[in-house]
Design a protein around this ligand. Structure first.
Ligand SMILES: CC(C)(COP(=O)(O)OP(=O)(O)OC[C@H]1O[C@@H](n2cnc3c(N)ncnc32)[C@H](O)[C@@H]1OP(=O)(O)O)[C@@H](O)C(=O)NCCC(=O)NCCS
Length: 156
């Protein structure tokens, strides 16, 4: 069954922040999430058993998808949630005419890198010492996917 992605609401933010804080060495502040909602970025959540289990934030601008953030609650990981979320987002982007997707990821984030490579992303660059890390700073790896997967037309 297709995963139900819905638009993030202000009242989701406490759960979204808990997921963010569990998943990043330098978590986004509440202010950044508020700004994303106010600026009209695509902010989506997935619910499991009535609670927010995962979220993603991205933009679709000038024919490109930019993935800003994606995270899954620790208890819900390795169940395919992130892969299904991203697949839906890529399909939405392709259907809206986007030609390419871009993202950045910490060099140490093996889980996310494996996920992106599984979906066909390839590494196209490095930003040296881009992210704050637990100790010092860490490189950002830049990944892209182009062209986006072709979306199957629904049966007539
Ligand atoms: C990265 C993250 C979003 C993956 O979410 P998830 O729902 O657990 O991922 P999925 O179950 O959809 O996994 C899809 C594939 O990604 C890879 N993967 C996911 N977690 C992995 C891990 N811990 N180690 C190695 N590969 C992993 C696997 O190839 C997996 O496929 P498989 O289960 O068939 O082997 C999750 O670990 C997370 O929230 N991490 C903290 C936040 C973060 O790092 N976000 C990315 C910022 S760029």
């Amino acid at each position: 069954m297709a995963l139900a992605l819905r638009t993030m609401r202000d009242d989701d933010l406490p759960q979204v922040l808990a997921i963010e804080q569990a998943g990043s060495p330098a978590p986004w502040s509440p202010r950044i999430f508020h700004d994303c909602l106010r600026e009209g970025h695509h902010c989506r959540v997935v619910e499991v058993d009535g609670g927010v289990a995962a979220f993603t934030i991205y933009s679709l601008v000038a024919g490109e998808l930019h993935l800003f953030n994606i995270a899954v609650a620790p208890a819900q990981r390795r169940r395919g949630l992130a892969r299904q979320m991203l697949t839906q987002v890529l399909n939405e982007a392709a259907a809206s005419g986007c030609r390419a997707a871009w993202l950045e990821v910490r060099a140490s984030n093996e889980a996310a890198i494996t996920l992106y490579e599984q979906l066909g992303f390839i590494q196209v660059g490095v930003r040296k010492a881009y992210y704050p890390a637990y100790a010092g700073r860490e490189d950002a790896l830049q990944f892209s996917l182009e062209p986006l997967p072709v979306v199957e037309s629904p049966a007539p």
